[in-house]
Write a protein that binds this ligand. Structure first.
Ligand SMILES: [Zn+2]
Length: 171
């Protein structure tokens, strides 16, 4: 059993019992039916493109202080991943955006987070960073992205790699 597994049901407090599901023994609730699979939070980012360049924000807090990140963050319980990408971009950069489709999904074994990256374009607003989260935000052309060790998260590297490789569908 993984060390992160629940002992009691997080919904109703019932002691979980091991039940074989999909080839593995999983802690399972006999009351509500919850089965304890992997635990992840969900993050949602926007790849905001303008004139062939992508919008990055420079973090000014925490262990990734000074590193560049995509606009985005954790998805709340009462919103979709799409809504989270739009909301976080507005909060962090001042821009209103419209999404242009899912670009990449990042998940690695052992990391307790799944991150989705959406392509997006600006529909309104003006650049205004959240001073408690970022020191600056600006657009980077494909050939002038910050070096890998200045990108805050592997999920952002994944999204930027997918963005550089992306070609729009042919008509
Ligand atoms: Zn339960």
């Amino acid at each position: 059993m993984a060390t992160t597994a629940f002992t009691f049901c997080p919904r109703d407090g019932t002691r979980l019992v091991l039940t074989r599901i999909d080839g593995r023994e999983r802690p399972t609730c006999t009351v509500c039916g919850l089965a304890d699979f992997t635990h992840v939070q969900v993050g949602s980012n926007a790849i905001v493109e303008q004139d062939g360049a992508v919008l990055l924000v420079r973090l000014n807090y925490g262990p990734r202080d000074g590193h560049w990140a995509l606009p985005g963050g954790l998805v709340e319980n009462d919103e979709t991943t799409e809504e989270a990408a739009v909301r976080e971009t507005k909060e962090e950069t001042g821009f209103e955006i419209a999404l242009d489709g899912l670009l990449s999904v990042w998940l690695r074994p052992g990391f307790p987070i799944l991150v989705v990256n959406y392509r997006a374009h600006i529909t309104g607003g003006s650049l205004q960073i959240a001073p408690d989260e970022a020191s600056e935000a600006r657009f980077f052309p494909k050939a002038e992205l910050p070096p890998l060790d200045e990108i805050a998260w592997p999920s952002a590297v994944h999204g930027l790699d997918a963005w550089r490789a992306y070609e729009p569908p042919r008509p």
